[in-house]
Design a protein around this ligand. Sequence first.
Ligand SMILES: Nc1ncnc2c1ncn2[C@@H]1O[C@H](COP(=O)(O)OP(=O)(O)O)[C@@H](O)[C@H]1O
Ligand SMILES: [Mg+2]
Length: 236
Amino acid sequence: MAMLEVKDLAVNYGVINAVKGVSFDINEGEIVSLIGANGAGKTTILKTISGLLKPASGTITYEGHEIQKEKAPKIVAAGISQVPEGRHIFPGMSVKENLQMGAFLQSDRQAMAESFEAVYERFPILKQRLNQDAATLSGGEQQMLAMGRALMSKPKLLLLDEPSMGLAPIFINEIFEIVKAIKEQGTTVLLIEQNAKQALSIADRGYVLATGEVKMSGTGQELLANADVQKAYLGG
Ligand SMILES: Nc1ncnc2c1ncn2[C@@H]1O[C@H](COP(=O)(O)OP(=O)(O)O)[C@@H](O)[C@H]1O
Ligand SMILES: [Mg+2]
């Protein structure tokens, strides 16, 4: 059984049909990538999985339970955590306070301390900047903070919405390396990206999305080698 199964998902904004009957699944331990141009429906799918949007129809089954009617905090508690597009860190709050926000469901001090240690280990730079205002971090560091915040709840499934967006190339490489490392530590990842080449390079499987529909799917390597994918998304 897949860890997450999205079936015939449709999501509307008023009269706009943003997602039109999308199906895909994610197995435990995988990195699955959704790629597609701006406006394809990627963020809408992610927000629907995390409970911020409700679908018009279709089901989202996580660990055998339908979650498409659940509220966002319950979905976080069940082990799904998201890093939103554009990071949405809290400026005016320190790095440490931002991380604490990610652990809002944890009441156990010991578990909280363990979460902090795990995040410092993954992102040593955040430990150096703990008391700094999050707004003073570079773009790459803010992305690390957003990822660290999501990891504070010890998710089983991490949803990443365009983590490389707007970053300098050196940070982009680092972010993809970190995503790989997060997977190797046992967290399953849904990776949404416009940066198709790097996303597919680290993905076990991928789905190509256009105008709210899945157009193609395969292993990361199959999609990278596909002539249509190359033409549309890999610059030739
Ligand atoms: N809040 C919104 N209100 C109305 N339309 C929206 C809203 N958010 C997204 N859309 C539309 O839904 C479609 C899918 O958007 P989105 O999921 O953000 O795509 P992507 O993340 O792939 O760029 C687009 O046509 C977009 O214009
Ligand atoms: Mg988006």
